[in-house]
Design a protein around this ligand. Structure first.
Ligand SMILES: NC(=O)C1=CN([C@@H]2O[C@H](COP(=O)(O)OP(=O)(O)OC[C@H]3O[C@@H](n4cnc5c(N)ncnc54)[C@H](O)[C@@H]3O)[C@@H](O)[C@H]2O)C=CC1
Ligand SMILES: O=C(O)[C@H]1O[C@H](OP(=O)(O)OP(=O)(O)OC[C@H]2O[C@@H](n3ccc(=O)[nH]c3=O)[C@H](O)[C@@H]2O)[C@H](O)[C@@H](O)[C@@H]1O
Length: 464
């Protein structure tokens, strides 16, 4: 079965980059990405490619190459569904903020809306692909909605979770370690799985395309994120011990990572993991385990989150303690607000929580991030609801000049590992700051000896 028209519902951090790659690798397939948000679609269609709603290295070049040829962004959702043979659902599935499972379960209301919309519109057979990260067994709910409210057409549901990481999305998509396709173990299910595999085979070797049953695929996505986050929490727990014992967490990471059974990746100690998925997906895993009565399993994975919260809190508390137990009225500059480098995404960024803790102590915070606009910083803080929006704007400012920000600052905290921070002339920054001049490096970005030679009081996470 050859696919000629694809629709993707959800033009976000996954839908946009994923579909740009498919469009560029499969020129014979017409790809339409749709979204409820007109604002987002307008930005995807903006003539200035620097205005795309998602910042990812290499993305704007792909959009430039394919947009208007075989890649389209639109708010005409029904039309795109009607025309497509294959529909990817790539909408957000955040943690529930209300009702049963509040604070843990994934909110599936966007998924259900998509399923109902597809059922309403579809007049021909469709393959529906779960691209969003979903709790195990969601496919059966989607199937039930489609079969019971549809127009009698045939729907085949596939699970095809996405493993890209933000900041490296295009490279991750083009050189994926693996693509996972789960589907029904029936003849029709196999045809659908092969049709989707056929798309990825345009650029990936066959042996990297794994086929499983639909439940293994759904569950594997949550488990992959849980294992990755667990590594970060594991090394962060050791960073606290390193600071007490004169061990150096980078040396420990290197020493253990050389063991091929452990492996070297994802062992960078930091101020804590952020991003829209690790916390959400682990909380979801915890909820699922609990709902099957597996309390020990739930407790085991919840510890990954507890350790991450501890790491963010520990970083903020260390700033207060080091600055003579008070930061009230002191100017603290944050370099970085995004949850990692090379993205404009700030969801669950450690910076938000560190700022919130320091604002509680009445610090005056100044933020500089190369890709995050002022409006986003305030939105993130206001969302916490800790203090009034007016108070947030009074105590915290956002600037676009990192050097100017350092004037008369008591301390600088590095919250994101943007490359440009490494290239600053830190001597100039030192001269502008109040003395003693403190730097709290939450990303282990700078060299301790160099910083101390300049004169800084330099604290690096995971090193005494
Ligand atoms: N951000 C990431 O790095 C990754 C995310 N994922 C998963 O992919 C899914 C999407 O994540 P993101 O792209 O980050 O979310 P996002 O929030 O950036 O984008 C989702 C988009 O879906 C749209 N939407 C929501 N309901 C809709 C509906 N009923 N009809 C049309 N459009 C609708 C929203 O307006 C939004 O633009 C989530 O389940 C997430 O867990 C998976 C791998 C990586
Ligand atoms: O499901 C998802 O959304 C995605 O979640 C993560 O990707 P992402 O959150 O975009 O970025 P990561 O590179 O995993 O970083 C997550 C957080 O962990 C932190 N981190 C990562 C690695 C490390 O060694 N140390 C560390 O502190 C990062 O700074 C960041 O705050 C996974 O890596 C992707 O495979 C997955 O598809």
């Amino acid at each position: 079965m050859k696919i000629t028209k694809i629709c993707c519902i959800g033009a976000g951090y996954v839908g946009g980059p994923t579909m740009s790659v498919i469009a560029s690798q499969c020129p014979e397939i017409q790809v339409t990405v749709v979204d409820l948000s007109k604002e987002r679609i307008d930005l995807w269609n903006h003539s200035d490619l620097d205005k795309l709603p998602v910042y990812e290295p290499g993305l704007k070049e792909l959009v430039e190459k394919t947009r208007g040829k075989n890649l389209f962004f639109s708010t005409e959702i029904d039309k795109a569904i009607d025309e497509a043979e294959m529909i990817f659902i790539s909408v957000n599935t955040p943690t529930k903020t209300y009702g049963k499972g509040k604070g843990q379960a994934a909110d599936l209301k966007n998924i259900e809306l998509c399923a109902r919309n597809i059922a309403k519109v579809a007049k021909t057979n469709k393959i529906v692909v779960e691209k969003s990260t979903l709790p195990v067994r969601t496919a059966s709910a989607i199937k039930s909605i489609l079969d019971n409210t549809g127009n009698g057409v045939d729907f085949e549901i596939l699970s095809n979770p996405e493993f890209l990481a933000e900041g490296t999305a295009i490279d991750d998509l083009l050189n994926a370690d693996r693509v996972l396709i789960g589907g029904a173990e029936t003849e029709k299910g196999q045809t659908a799985k092969d049709a989707l595999a056929g798309i990825y085979q345009h650029w990936l070797p066959k042996d990297r395309i794994l086929q499983t049953n639909v439940w293994s695929s759904e569950l594997s996505k949550l488990v992959a994120n849980a294992f990755l986050a667990q590594r970060v929490s594991s090394i962060n727990s050791i960073s606290a011990l390193c600071e007490k014992t004169d061990a150096n967490v980078a040396e420990v990471s290197r020493a253990i990572g050389y063991d091929s059974r452990i492996g070297a990746k994802f062992l960078n100690s930091s101020v804590g993991f952020g991003g829209s998925c690790f916390q959400k997906d682990i909380l979801n895993l915890v909820y699922i385990a609990q709902s099957y009565g597996l309390q020990e399993v739930a407790d085991y994975w919840e510890q990954v989150i507890i350790m991450n919260d501890y790491q963010k809190r520990r970083f903020a508390e260390n700033i207060v303690t080091t600055l003579y137990n008070t930061v009230s009225g002191k100017k603290i500059v944050f370099y970085g607000w995004a949850f990692k480098k090379d993205t404009n995404d700030t969801r669950e960024s450690a910076a938000i929580y560190v700022a919130d803790a320091l604002l509680d102590e009445k610090a005056e915070i100044v933020i500089y991030d190369p890709k995050v606009p002022e409006s986003q910083v305030y939105e993130d803080l206001d969302y916490l609801g800790t203090r009034s929006p007016e108070e947030n704007r009074r105590l915290l400012k956002v600037v676009n000049d990192p050097l100017k920000a350092s004037e008369e600052a008591h301390a600088i905290a590095i919250l994101t590992e943007w490359d440009e921070f490494k290239n600053y002339d830190w001597k100039i920054i030192y001269d502008k700051m109040l003395k003693p001049a403190f730097v709290f490096d939450g990303r282990r970005l700078l060299e301790k000896d160099t910083m101390q030679e300049i004169g800084f009081e330099y604290y690096k996470i995971g090193q005494s």
